[in-house]
Design a protein around this ligand. Structure first.
Ligand SMILES: Nc1ncnc2c1ncn2[C@@H]1O[C@H](COP(=O)(O)OP(=O)(O)OP(=O)(O)O)[C@@H](O)[C@H]1O
Ligand SMILES: [Mg+2]
Length: 212
């Protein structure tokens, strides 16, 4: 039985693939890890994994919602943990993966359109929780730029969305872009701040999943 992490956001470009690939790469250091790229033909996670060539990581793609359920079922037996990079704008994929999911990670940037898109995402998760006891969901702020304005934006947004948030935040850093393009995780890149913030985020995710 694997633990499933679905990285979901209906809005494009919030950081799903960045977070999914970094999580999968880091978790594979210790666990039998699967990565499902469900955002084809874009295939960001698949392209990253092709550069990486990590024998500890099992990477599959899903072209349809039915594919996604099939791949999740197959990886359930093979892996300890499975990370799913979901496509934006697809309620169908999102609903399909909810019964498998232990933790939904919902990245969002400090912008009104991201927050508006998250309202609908939170609603889908809330609906799915009615039939799944193990389902949890957490917001994570991504691409943050430190400023008083963004602090004010963050304060109260989680509450307004009626969604819990992780206390760690991911800042806007070129390290994420550079590492991704080389098939690396940000923890393998030379930016100590990026490394530290991602390890903290990873710790929180593991805690949520009770992953050793
Ligand atoms: N914390 C960050 N700092 C700097 N750049 C970032 C960060 N997170 C993501 N990016 C960059 O923002 C862009 C969008 O990120 P990403 O591809 O992860 O989003 P996505 O949600 O998967 O997008 P899509 O909806 O198109 O699949 C990418 O160029 C990525 O490198
Ligand atoms: Mg993506």
């Amino acid at each position: 039985m694997a633990k499933f992490i679905s990285v979901a956001q209906l809005k494009g470009g919030a950081g799903k693939s960045t977070i999914a690939t970094n999580l999968a790469g880091c978790l594979a250091r210790e666990f039998r890890t699967g990565l499902i790229d469900a955002d084809m033909p874009q295939g960001t996670s698949m392209r990253w994994a092709a550069l990486r060539e990590d024998p500890r990581l099992t990477v599959v793609t899903a072209e349809s919602a039915a594919d996604l359920a099939r791949e999740a079922e197959a990886l359930d037996d093979l892996c300890d943990v499975v990370v799913i990079d979901l496509p934006p704008r697809s309620l169908k994929f999102l609903r399909e993966i909810m019964p498998f999911t232990d933790l939904v990670i919902m990245p969002l940037t400090a912008s009104a359109p991201d927050v508006w898109a998250t309202e609908q995402l939170v609603e889908v998760v809330r609906e799915a929780k009615k039939t799944s006891k193990r389902l949890k969901a957490r917001l994570v702020w991504n691409r943050l730029r430190a400023s008083k304005a963004s602090d004010a934006f963050l304060a109260g947004t989680g509450e307004a969305l009626r969604a819990k948030e992780l206390s760690s935040h991911l800042a806007s850093r070129t390290a994420y872009v550079e590492a991704m393009g080389r098939g690396l995780t940000v923890t393998e890149w030379s930016d100590a701040k990026a490394r530290a913030e991602f390890e903290t985020f990873l710790g929180e995710v593991r805690e949520q999943l009770r992953l050793g």
